[in-house]
Design a protein around this ligand. Sequence first.
Ligand code: UT7
Length: 340
Amino acid sequence: MQEQRELAANLSKRLINAGIAGIGSYVPEKVLTNAELEKMVDTTDEWIFTRSGIRERRIASPDQATSDLAVIAAKRAIADAGMTAQDLDLVIVATNTSDMLFPATACLVQDRIGAKNAGAFDLAAGCTGFVYGMAVGSQFIATGANKAVLVVGAETLSRITNWEERKTCILFGDGAGAAVLRPVTDGSGILSSKLWSDGSCGPLLMLPAGGSRRPATHETVDQKLHYIHMRGRDVFKFAVKVIEGAAVKALDAAGLTKTDIDFFILHQANVRIINAAAKRLGLPIDKAQVNVDRYGNTSTASIPLALGEAVRGGKIKKGDHVLIVGFGAGMTWGSMVVKW
Ligand code: UT7
């Protein structure tokens, strides 16, 4: 522990902190309520709300792909940072629903926002993608290689949801969130980030067909293998198990403890997971941003959407220590501490 703290302290002396200079969000206009889902599958508003905390979610229009959502959130984040897209060195898009298998959605975004001087790549880490993206982007800032990195989490999960399967279709929604990372010199910014994976749990949450293992065929479509397959209860248990440890590791690496947390943002998958994590962390729920009631689980977009809301709502103030924890397919999980 002591060794880790010393290492973190030494590194922070030599490296440059990445701060969040701007945040942008976008959710599609169409709202799908639990009442409407009651007409589509055998479910009730009461079951959905009690088990997940979700009331409604947003659904992309037929002509909107993931990059369309990402572009709007990205432009808003760049404007919020007071920059132009040409100032960007790198564009990272974390997504599970890329427009196509290739080219990367990040390249489509790079082109559409006019980030002429930026490299661009997609990052696949399930719902932890935004945390992974921020961790990766911050390293480019820390070494001085880059001066401005755009990290986007964007999804059109409605396109890979089986709307006839009640155990999954009630959960997911579409949306996008983006952040611009820039160097900071006042001790604020990303103080620590930690990433983990356990590929042996991959079958808990996957999209079985459409890749090289099982290319799309009439048969895979008939078998509905092009949709999300999830063992919900196992994912739930997994999430509750890893969140506290992930939080403590990121806090340790930043030389902080649970009592230093001013605000926390968890991946918005289920309000019961957020409540259970808050209890284990000994934190009141009013220190957390919750939007799963309005947007459902938007995967990589959930954390930047929640972060943007909390910042705009004045819940996160200059100097606050913000804990962020994500988890998702892979399985992957990750945490970070940001000093605002
Ligand atoms: O981003 C990461 C990805 N995903 C997650 O984080 C999801 C984590 N998991 C969850 O949020 C929860 O497991 C769910 C909300 C998906 C499900 O809640 P649960 O309390 O774990 O329910 P369950 O899957 O154990 O199902 C309980 C019962 C079952 O009936 P039986 O077998 O007990 O008779 C289901 O068939 O509820 C039934 N059920 C439903 N009933 C009404 C499942 N879905 C529905 C539904 N409406 N939509």
